[in-house]
Design a protein around this ligand. Structure first.
Ligand code: GLU
Length: 485
């Protein structure tokens, strides 16, 4: 049997990290097995589905490198097929029209609650006579279509992650609604659990790999496979991603969508790598930093954990920093340019390319996230940097003004700084003021960057010099130095 798996996101929100991780496991499994990975957009919830979410999902999967072999297909374009299949179940007597009003269903649930029973449909319209149906229709009731679930059925499957899982028919909530708002002779809107099965059969999905939150759907779906005369696929329910409190990671935990991680400056490779580690352990001896292709070589469900995996920002940041620190500088520059542009920094991506590349090389080794480069490099882009209190204090120390004056004079005679002549310019300041070189260096940092910490000072200076930003800034700092009380 050829392996065919799918990711079936609902476009009711941006691509969530949980869905993306499920996509990763499907992709890895497909690639390991030489199978196919299919993308299906489950957009049957017309009220909550939005085209912009579909776009966000497609862009997110593409960004992560989770290329699909077929699709995207859209469930809203396949309604005729679903309706035919509902009709087939009706024709075989495996499904029926039920005419309960919402009030009657509520009353049923209340009564069950009052007597300590779990809420379920009591199958009361399973065997209506033609007269009863006609009477309900005459009252103007709109039927739904329910699929029969026998209480005494036992449903078992061998889950690729969890081993044998068994459910009893009586725990499935009674005969299930598979289509809504039907009329006497038509099938209304087919519902989620049903269309998933029709699609998985039609798309010949061999392994249904999805989040553990779907485990309660699986026994119902298995019954539908049987009813539709199809082979039941293998199921694998992957552990959930949890927050620090051990609950399912949700929007309330802050950042959960892939596009937000992207904006924060995580690389696609790092996110894909981290998501793989959330729930799967590489074999002994395999580095924790790996590409999807490398993971695919040895991916199997034997090494997928049953327990939920806690999301760990420190670990993600560490993984991301590994990618950033080892990335070719051209690639890093390409990535950083969009952050600098978004920050509104003025530069020309083409004519400043060498300068930007040197800048990327300067800050790259200290980045955990791309976004951090924005504040870190501000002093290299903006004209009026602003001086922190600590920098101002440093500038106003004894003899700093003289040192700065000495540096300015030397610099005016050396308009183009290089790593060879820069030391001479610094030395001019040291000699003019008669202070230790350390004091001059600290003051220079304060003067050139407006702060006392930051990337390598000499390298920063050379970059400022290339854009003729160093002299004006030194002069500005000199004014501050001379303004001391
Ligand atoms: N559409 C479902 C979701 O987004 C997935 C259904 C499935 O994988 O069977 O959670």
């Amino acid at each position: 049997m050829s392996v065919r798996v799918r990711i079936a996101p609902s476009p009711t929100g941006s691509l969530h990290i949980g869905t993306a991780r499920t996509a990763v496991f499907n992709w890895l499994f497909a690639r390991h097995q030489g199978g196919k990975f299919v993308l299906r957009i489950e957009d049957t919830d017309l009220e909550r589905s939005r085209p912009e979410y579909t776009q966000n999902i497609i862009e997110g999967l593409t960004w992560l490198g989770l290329t699909w072999d077929e699709g995207p297909s859209f469930q809203t374009q396949r309604m005729d097929l679903y309706r035919q299949k509902v009709q087939a179940l009706l024709d075989q007597g495996l499904a029926y029209r039920a005419y309960d009003t919402p009030e009657e269903l509520d009353a049923m649930r209340e009564a069950q609650k009052a007597s300590g029973q779990a809420p379920r449909y009591d199958n009361r319209h399973r065997n209506l006579s033609a007269e009863q149906e006609a009477a309900f229709l005459a009252e103007g009731r709109k039927p739904v279509i329910r699929f029969k679930i026998e209480d005494d059925r036992e449903i078992s499957w061998n889950d690729m992650v969890r081993g044998t899982v068994t459910w009893k028919g009586r725990d499935l909530g009674g005969d299930m609604v598979i289509a809504r708002a039907a009329s006497a002779d038509e099938v209304g809107q087919p519902l989620y659990n049903f269309v998933v099965v029709v699609d998985d059969i039609d798309m010949q999905i061999s392994h249904v790999i999805r989040g553990e939150d779907h485990i309660g759907n699986t026994p119902k779906q298995i019954l539908l496979y049987e009813a539709l005369g199809a082979t039941v696929p293998q199921f694998g329910h992957t552990p959930l991603i949890l927050n620090q409190a051990g609950a399912k990671l949700s929007k309330r935990d802050g950042v959960t969508s892939i596009s937000d991680f992207q904006k924060m400056g995580y690389t696609a490779e790092a996110i894909a790598n981290y998501m793989t580690l959330l729930g799967w352990s590489p074999t002994e001896g395999m580095n924790e930093i790996f590409s999807l292709e490398e993971a695919a070589k040895q991916f199997s469900f034997d090494r997928v954990n049953k327990a939920g995996a806690k999301f760990d920002w420190d670990k993600l940041n560490w993984i991301n920093s590994q990618y950033l620190h080892h990335m070719p500088v051209e690639q890093l520059t390409d990535l950083l340019i969009s952050y600098w542009q978004a920050a509104g920094y003025a530069f020309d991506a083409t004519s400043d390319r060498t300068w930007l590349q040197e800048l990327a090389a300067l800050v790259g080794p200290s980045l955990a996230r791309l976004e951090e480069a924005v504040p870190m490099t501000r002093y290299l882009f903006v004209k009026d940097v602003g001086f922190t209190e600590a920098a101002t204090t440093q500038l106003q120390l004894d003899k700093v003004a003289i040192a700065l004056q000495g540096i300015i004079t030397a610099l005016e005679e050396t308009p183009t700084l290089t790593s060879d002549n820069v030391q001479g310019v610094i030395q001019a300041g040291v000699q003019a003021a008669g202070v230790k070189k350390g004091v001059v260096m600290k003051s220079l940092r304060a003067a050139l960057t407006g702060d006392l910490q930051g990337p390598d000072l000499v390298q920063s200076w050379l970059l400022l010099n290339q854009h003729q930003m160093d002299l004006p800034r030194l002069r500005q700092a000199l004014t501050i130095a001379e303004a001391k009380a």
